[in-house]
Each structure stands twice: as C-alpha cells, then as structure tokens.
Design a binder for this molecule. Structure first.
Ligand code: CA
Length: 228
C-alpha cells in the first residue's frame, strides 16, 4: 500500500451526508473509505490502512458510542464524531468513550477539514518529543522546565501536571472529568472548578492575552483543548 495515501473511514448511514463528507475528504487530498454500518466501519479499520475515522452516532446496527468503545479495545486511531445530537451530554459521552473530537451537524466543510488536519497532525503519543513548543513558549516535560521568550516561568506541580496532559494531547478536546482524573485523581472527578482555576493560571502564565487565549481553549460545557 502506498504510504503517501492517507485513508479516512467515513462511517455514516445517511448517504447524501456520506457523499458530502467523502467529497470533502477527497478535496483535502485524502482517500475516503465508506461504511454505512458500524460493522462495516469496524471491518474497514481492521482490514485497511485507515488513519482516521469520521463517525456518525446514529447507525442502524450499533450505537456510535458502542462503536467507539469496541474500536478502543484494539485501536487508538483518531475518531472524529459527526452528529446531529448537539447536547452536551452526547458530546461528553462520546469523548469519554474515546472519541478525539466532536462536530455537530449541520457543519461547515472548512471546519470539518481543519479538525481532520489537526487530528492527523497528532503524532502517535510514544513518538512525541518531550520538548514542546508553541508561540514563544518552550516546555520540557522531563525537566519540568518552562521558558517564555527565554525567561524561566515557574509552574507548581499541579500546573505542570495539567500542562503535561494538555500538551501531550494536542488538538484533542479533554473533558473536565478526564482532566480531573488525570491531574487530581479519581476521587476528585466531581470538583470541576479546580480545572477552571488551574486553566486560568496556565493562561496567565503562558498566554499572550489570558482573556483571549490562543492555546488553552475552552470547549463550553465540555472541557478544554490545547491548540499548539
Ligand atoms: Ca445516522
């Protein structure tokens, strides 16, 4: 198989939407692989060299959430959910099940492609270097050193842990719950205000304009996303 070809699975039972998404994928120079059921989608990922899955939640043979859970037992391939369900609880359930991003229908093709590119840019986690750079910030996660324009920035242990979780998941929406569990531990998952307080601190230390952040973005009602 040609390594230069990037195959994107489009798992969607609504054929006009499937065609639209496939056309967009083609226009971005990726190769779409279509599936109209969850079962066909799982087979596609298992059998072909698929790099990303675009997934509808309402499928005839299996719920999209079950699809995500099933796929996550054997693959960490990026999943972008495309759904008519716009409720926060639906987004949170999909992200908690292991989806990487969520776009609500109707969607703009430009936004779909932008999100797709971000997810594809994410290197496999084990390959990510421990030094991360964005804007004029340099973060060495191993040495716990943060510099901004050459100046050392002091972070507390908790700030550093939160920054580390965000930096190693670039472009990915992280739910409040997930961040709480990763940074403060499972006993604190209900105390979402901790996350807000610490995100504010990171913005104050690392954003050019903390009131209008470029990198530590709020996903209203859901969580946060680090944009390199
Ligand atoms: Ca559907």
């Amino acid at each position: 198989m040609n390594d230069a070809v990037i195959r994107v699975a489009v798992v969607e039972d609504d054929s006009p939407i499937r065609s639209l998404v496939c056309e967009a994928v083609r226009r971005a120079d990726f190769v779409p692989a279509e599936a109209e059921t969850a079962g066909m989608g799982l087979e596609l990922v298992a059998d072909q060299d698929i790099r990303l899955v675009i997934l509808d939640l309402g499928l005839p043979d299996m719920s999209g959430l079950d699809f995500i859970r099933e796929l996550r037992t054997w693959s960490s391939i990026p999943i972008l959910v495309l759904s008519a369900r716009s409720g926060e609880s639906d987004k949170i359930a999909a992200l908690d099940a292991g989806a990487d991003d969520y776009l609500t229908k109707p969607f703009s093709v430009g936004e779909l492609l932008a999100r797709l590119r971000v997810l594809l840019r994410r290197a496999p986690q084990e390959a990510i270097s421990q030094v991360h750079r964005f804007a004029d910030i340099e973060v060495d996660l191993v040495r716990h050193a943060v510099r901004s324009g050459g100046q050392d920035i002091h972070l507390t242990q908790t700030e550093h842990r939160l920054l580390s979780v965000l930096l190693t998941n670039p472009g990915k929406v992280m739910t409040h719950r997930h961040l709480m569990r990763e940074v403060w531990g499972p006993a604190h998952v209900e105390q979402e205000h901790y996350v807000r307080i610490y995100i504010r601190r990171l913005r104050q230390k690392l954003e050019r304009d903390p009131a209008r952040p470029d990198h530590f973005l709020t996903e209203t009602g859901i969580g946060y996303r680090f944009q390199p």
